[in-house]
Design a protein around this ligand. Sequence first.
Ligand code: CDP
Length: 262
Amino acid sequence: MSGIGMENKPKLVDENNLRIDGRKLDELRPIRIEAGILKRADGSAYVEWGENKVLAAVYGPREAKPKHIQNPAKAIVQCRYNMAPFSVSERKRPGPDRRSVEISKITGDVFESVLFLEMFPRASIDIFIEVLQANAGTRCAGITAASVALADAGIPMADLVPACAAGKIDGKIAVDLKKEEDNYGEADLPVAIIPRTKEIVLLQMDGNMSETEFETALNMAMDACMKIYELQKDALKRKYITDQEVDAEQVEKPNTSRGDNQ
Ligand code: CDP
C-alpha cells in the first residue's frame, strides 16, 4: 500500500486463503489486555496485539491548565500518541511528527464522542498512548488500550470503544493487517465503534477498494471490534475482581503492615 519495494512483494494469501502468519482472512492476531497496571496514573491499560505492545495512561478529569484552554461548558480531551524510538525497525526520531499528531487528534476525537464531557466543565481528560513495539495497527491498539484506561480511571462514558482495521491483501479482504500486509497490501481501513449502538467513531482509509469490498471490510472490522470489546470487558472484570480480593484481605487482616513494635 505504501508502495515501497513492491518488486519484492511476498505472497500475502496462499491457495488455501491462509496468510503469511497462517491466519485465516477473518482471524485476529492474539490479543492480551491488562487493566490498571500503572500506580501513578488515574487509569491505565496495557495491550499486546500480535507484535504490537502499547501502553495507555489516563489522568483526570483535572483542572485544565493553562486556564485559556478551559471550556466553561465541558471538559476538553487531550491525547498524545507517541512511538518510542525503539518501537520500529528503523529507529524513529523521538518527538512528535505529522503521523503522531494526526493519530493523537483522531484518538482524541474518538473519545470526545463517548465521554460525558458536560459533567466536568473547565476540566481536562488527558490520554497518553505509548507505543513500545509496533507492527501495524498501533492506532487501533492505542484506542483499545485508552478506552480500558479511561474505564479503569472511572471516567463516565457511554461505552468502551474497541478498534480494529480491515484491509485488502492480494485482492482479498482481510482483518487486522500486520506489517508486511500493511506495506504490500492494497488498502487498510481502521475502524472504531461504540458497540452498544454500533455507531462508527473512527473510519479512515488508506489505499483503494471497490464499494462492495469496502462494505465487506467494514463489516469484518466491526465484527472484530465486537470480539475485542469482550476482551476489554474481561480485562476490567479481572482487575475489579483482583481489587476486591485485595480489599477483602485487608479487612480480614487489619493493620498487619504496622507490626508490633510501634
Ligand atoms: O500503526 P498504524 O497501522 O495505526 O499506522 P500506520 O501509519 O499505518 O503505520 C503502520 C506501521 O508502520 C506501524 O504500526 C509501524 O509498524 C510502521 N511504522 C514504522 O516502521 N516507522 C514509522 N515511523 C511509522 C510507522
